[in-house]
Design a protein. Structure first.
Length: 355
């Protein structure tokens, strides 16, 4: 498999491609025009493009399938050069705001949820991706290409702000080197210019890797998929909890360098009759004492074959009210894409199950 041009920072490309002004032009084609192949790069000499194509591909993936929800969520199945597939999701977080004359006063806000691996080793029992096992890590370029592909497909101009969450298939911290490289490439000023504070690494809680990410000082947010307040249930949901238990994760979070204005997001997947009771809410408050935290309650989204159930709206609201009344910031995540295959791994399962 040839490397992609998206695998490299501009500086790294300048070390491999001369003269440097051509790299600046190529960078523009990649990140401002979302070029898919060398043909699109109109101001690059033909001979240079031929030479480059011997060693690089422009784009390491293609859109194989997509499903659009009525709420604007679009789930993509993406195929890599080796035929492996993974998913990315385009999420509309806020609608466009207009004034009384119909003039746009604020553009719609979007977040892209990207994958970091094909499959996953963590084995969460509520996750379809886990059922397919682990295939391979994504390269930095394959991570970057997801954002380029989705921005292109939605005609989202390169300079329009976008947030990234590393929350698709795979455990990002299990592919830390490529993740860190992708974060740097996204931050490039002449590229997509997506700052660290617009990027959130969501982890199932590899406590030692949380420390490593912290030491890299990339300025990113972290989100922790906590999901349970006692180790017994957490190990049932996330077997890896045996090696990285709740207290080790909480301690690692306390050590993570975080801007004093930022909060650490704790994701809590609420499953009916498993962790939706007020006793769990009380324990959660205790656990997060001393952390500037925000809790995001997520409805479990049932998929065919799962034994877990979606909680009631009333139980979600009581849980949220308990946390808020005890000083925690807490939101209930809108269940985006409920009418499509919104939980990770579902579109892949559906598409490939049909092939
Ligand atoms: S929920 Fe995330 S970490 Fe857990 S198995 Fe699925 S992809 Fe991996």
């Amino acid at each position: 498999m040839k490397p992609s041009l998206l695998d490299f920072t501009q500086k790294e490309l300048m070390e491999q491609i001369k003269p440097s002004f051509r790299v600046k032009q190529i960078y523009g084609w990649l990140y401002h025009h979302y070029a898919q192949d060398f043909d699109a790069m109109k101001n690059i000499p033909k001979a240079m493009k031929e030479e480059l194509s011997q060693n690089f591909v422009v784009n390491p993936l293609r859109i194989k399938n997509k499903e659009e929800s009525t709420d604007g969520t679009i789930k993509y199945l993406l195929e890599l050069q080796d035929g492996k597939t993974m998913e990315a999701v385009w999420l509309k977080m806020k609608d466009t705001q207009h004034d009384t004359n119909g003039i746009v006063i604020q553009e719609a806000k979007y977040t892209i949820c990207v994958s970091t691996q094909v499959g996953c080793k963590v084995g969460c029992t509520f996750c379809l991706t886990a059922k397919g096992g682990f295939t391979r890590d994504l390269t930095a370029g394959e991570i970057v290409a997801q954002v380029v592909a989705l921005k292109r497909d939605n005609d989202h101009k390169h300079n329009r702000k976008i947030n990234i969450v590393y929350m698709g298939m795979g455990e990002p911290l299990d592919n830390l080197d490529n993740l860190a490289k992708a974060i740097e490439i996204f931050k490039e000023e002449e590229g997509l210019c997506i700052g660290g504070k617009r990027q959130t690494v969501s982890t199932s809680g590899l406590s030692n890797k949380i420390d490593k990410l912290g030491a890299m000082d990339l300025g990113v947010h972290i989100a922790i998929s906590l999901h349970a307040v006692d180790d017994k249930l957490r190990t049932e949901l996330i077997p890896m909890n045996k090696a990285h238990n709740i207290s080790s994760i909480i301690e690692a979070v306390k050590r993570f360098p975080i801007d004093t204005r930022k909060r650490v997001m704790f994701e809590y997947l609420v499953i009916k009759d498993k962790n939706d009771d007020l006793g769990s809410a009380k324990k959660l408050v205790k656990l997060l004492t001393d952390i500037k935290a925000k809790v995001n309650l997520i409805y479990f989204n049932p998929y065919p074959g799962t034994e877990y159930k979606r909680p009631t709206r009333a139980d979600m609201v009581s849980f949220q009210e308990y946390l808020i009344n005890h000083g925690l910031l807490c939101t209930i995540r809108d269940s985006k894409g409920i009418d499509i295959s919104a939980a990770c791994g579902q579109l892949k399962e559906k598409t490939e199950g049909e092939l």
